[in-house]
Design a protein around this ligand. Structure first.
Ligand SMILES: [Zn+2]
Length: 303
């Protein structure tokens, strides 16, 4: 079977999934936040030109129920609503908020977040016990050092429990005080069983991300914003990217950053389809794995 025509617009995504024989898409990197936090995030993107040097018009600036309808219409069967704090003392209540959100929202899996708070092991442990399927750690926005001693037991707890953690530790779209894959590599070295998912495939250090996957069999990467026309302008993929995915194909999972993306969701699906079509060894099995089976396995869902 050859790779079906990639979706040109959002209305084509569900048909594309059906052509692949998939029951739906599993997206490990979606954001839902309390309204007051989300409005601050959107205000930040409104001034993206000054923060990032590039305009970032949020494409899905809609009410919460409308955003959920968009995901449903796209054929997103399951998604991880990720939350993240930018200051101390915020991760516990964000985690409590998202736990309640997931319980009330069909298709959403329970998630949690972390920050080097003195009580991090306490709230993270509760979230894991309550069934959190994935955790978000945002090293750039949080401005913390992932090697902080107070986090040692938190990473250990996640490694022990086998709960994956989506880590934004790359230098894109802007460098943070403690970003860089070399920094997070030290966490992985100390916790080799940690199921870390390198958000944005480590953007812009795609080589570094593939190196970490080669060294750590539990390490994954997500596709979030990777290879879209928007991102290619400032963080282009290496030309041999599709070929290099072959060895790690089962650890590449679909993520989108919905709703805070400056383009249509279909563009992310199209990027992944382009990689699949570019290398004969990838093709449809790779697409089915990235869009569904890989992320489903990661989140502990039936495949
Ligand atoms: Zn994100």
């Amino acid at each position: 079977m050859t790779v079906p025509d990639p979706p040109g617009q959002d209305a084509d995504v569900a048909g594309f999934l059906a052509a692949l024989g998939l029951p739906g898409l599993v997206d490990v990197h979606v954001h839902f936040l309390p309204e007051n936090v989300l409005s601050k995030v959107w205000a930040y993107f409104d001034r993206a030109q000054e923060h990032y040097g590039v305009a970032w018009p949020v494409h899905y600036r809609l009410a919460e129920h409308e955003r959920l309808d968009v995901l449903k219409g796209l054929g997103v069967a399951t998604f991880a609503p990720l939350v993240y704090p930018h200051r101390p003392g915020m991760a516990r209540w964000l985690t409590e908020w998202v736990t309640a959100f997931a319980a009330a929202t069909p298709g959403a899996v329970p998630t949690a977040t972390l920050f080097p708070d003195p009580d991090v092991v306490d709230y993270l442990g509760s979230a894991v016990e309550a069934g959190a399927r994935v955790v978000k750690a945002h090293v750039q926005v949080g401005g913390f050092d992932p090697r902080e001693p107070v986090l040692r037991d938190a990473w250990g707890l996640l490694a022990e429990a086998g709960v994956p953690v989506v880590v934004h530790c790359g230098d894109g779209p802007v460098r943070g005080a403690h970003t860089g894959l070399d920094v997070f590599a030290e966490v992985l070295a100390a916790h080799p069983r940690l199921r870390a998912v390198l958000a944005h495939a480590g953007m812009p250090d795609f080589d570094g991300a593939l190196d970490l996957l080669a060294r750590h069999p539990h390490c994954h990467l997500d596709t979030t914003m990777v290879g879209t026309p928007f991102t290619e302008t400032f963080a282009p993929l290496p030309p041999d990217w599709p070929a290099r995915l072959h060895d790690v194909a089962d650890r590449v999972v679909f993520g989108s950053d919905f709703p805070n993306i400056p383009y249509a969701y279909a563009e992310q699906v199209r990027a992944v389809a382009t990689w699949a079509a570019a290398d004969d060894r990838l093709g449809v099995p790779f697409l089915r794995s990235v869009l569904h089976d890989g992320p489903a396995r990661l989140l502990g869902l039936p495949v």
